[in-house]
Write a protein that binds this ligand. Sequence first.
Ligand SMILES: Cc1cc2nc3c(=O)[nH]c(=O)nc-3n(C[C@H](O)[C@H](O)[C@H](O)COP(=O)(O)O)c2cc1C
Length: 160
Amino acid sequence: MPHDSRAFRNALGHFATGVCVVTTRGPDGAAVGLTINSFASVSLDPPLVLWSLDRASDRFPLFMAAERFCVNVLDGAAQPLSHRLSRKGERDLLDEPYAEDAPLPILKKALAYFECQVEARHDGGDHVIFVGGVLSFGHTDDGDPLLFYRGRYRALTGEG
Ligand SMILES: Cc1cc2nc3c(=O)[nH]c(=O)nc-3n(C[C@H](O)[C@H](O)[C@H](O)COP(=O)(O)O)c2cc1C
């Protein structure tokens, strides 16, 4: 069967996800971020998470060089930030508020965050899979998540 990547993407889009911004610091110390929805939990003991990065991303060298990253799970109010950090070349956090005292940028708008040390980078076809060992984490119970489904941002409707 010939591979139809459009059809594959459309099928994958039926898996509803949250949306995260992965942050790190560039070689100059600047706070940078990237919108992702490939975040997943891996292991409870030891605590491990993963996400995958497109090899074609302009941010690829930056994240490959980073030894630490922070996964920030976004609140619905952060949709404009998610949109901006998914645009080509838009990597700076700019005036987005984050904790200044932490080594990695932890977004104030995050529902949850996971500060990680890179444990492994695995080949994942046209992506690289980053496995992070969780150094610290936190969450707030205020707010509702930003969701992504069939190529569009969504909000939670109703309680389960
Ligand atoms: C909801 C959403 C989820 C995304 N998930 C990922 C992802 O998991 N991994 C990835 O490499 N890119 C992902 N992207 C795409 C990147 O955000 C975007 O393509 C990239 O930042 C392009 O710019 P760059 O070449 O300047 O890095 C996602 C985009 C959106 C809108």
